[in-house]
Write a protein that binds this ligand. Structure first.
Ligand SMILES: [Zn+2]
Length: 206
């Protein structure tokens, strides 16, 4: 399995990830213009089997609806964050970015701890705090943290549904129990590891 990182061209500079297994792929947090992501998929020459979102914020789901249409694949997110889906159009207007449609949740992962999807199988770690429905996706030693945990930082908690104590608790209970060599692919900023964050992240409470 390989991970391809694509930094979005929007003002948010969000990290879109393509997880590739032979010629199959999942797209995680598609927060860029759809044509930028489809161009990348074309280059990789793979078949997309699903679109995953770590949470419902606009900068993580911007292209989800369009990509599900193009690839005829399901959209996977926790329904707990569905109120953010209803906000997507307004958010696009507010930030003056094009609106590409609102995705419908095809597979609700609120009560799931793992998912088998196409050629992929992965764990779902429920990590509320940045939003109520935030999750992290774990593929063996590879962790996608969305806006829960960043390199030497954590997600903001000043938006509706945000809670600093809850976020720090999620990180401590769900993420720091993973091995130090777990590679972290966050929703913003650069890659890191659990070991690096355990030692150097000033926001982590042990
Ligand atoms: Zn967010």
């Amino acid at each position: 399995m390989i991970v391809i990182q694509h930094r979005s061209s929007t003002v948010f500079q969000e990290n879109v990830y393509i997880v590739k297994n032979n010629n199959f792929a999942l797209i995680i947090d598609p927060g860029d213009h759809p044509e930028k992501i489809t161009a990348r998929i074309e280059k990789e020459n793979c078949k997309v089997q699903g679109i995953l979102a770590t949470h419902g914020h606009a900068d993580h789901i911007l292209a989800a609806s369009r990509l599900c249409e193009i690839y005829s694949c399901p959209f996977i997110m926790s329904r707990i964050d569905s109120k953010w889906l209803a906000e997507l159009k307004n958010m696009c207007e507010h930030f003056q970015i094009p609106y590409y449609g609102t995705p419908a949740i095809d597979i609700d992962i609120t009560l799931k701890n793992m998912l088998e999807l196409g050629d992929f199988s992965f764990d779902i770690l429920h990590t509320p705090g940045h939003t109520k429905g935030s999750v992290c996706f774990l593929f063996d030693h590879i962790l996608f943290t969305g806006d829960t945990l960043f390199h030497h930082s954590i997600g903001r908690t000043d938006l509706p549904g945000g809670d600093m104590q809850e976020l720090q608790g999620s990180i401590k209970d769900k993420l720091l129990s993973l091995p130090d060599d777990t590679r972290i692919y966050p929703g913003h900023l650069k890659m890191t590891t659990i070991g690096e964050e355990r030692s150097h992240n000033p926001f982590i409470v042990l």
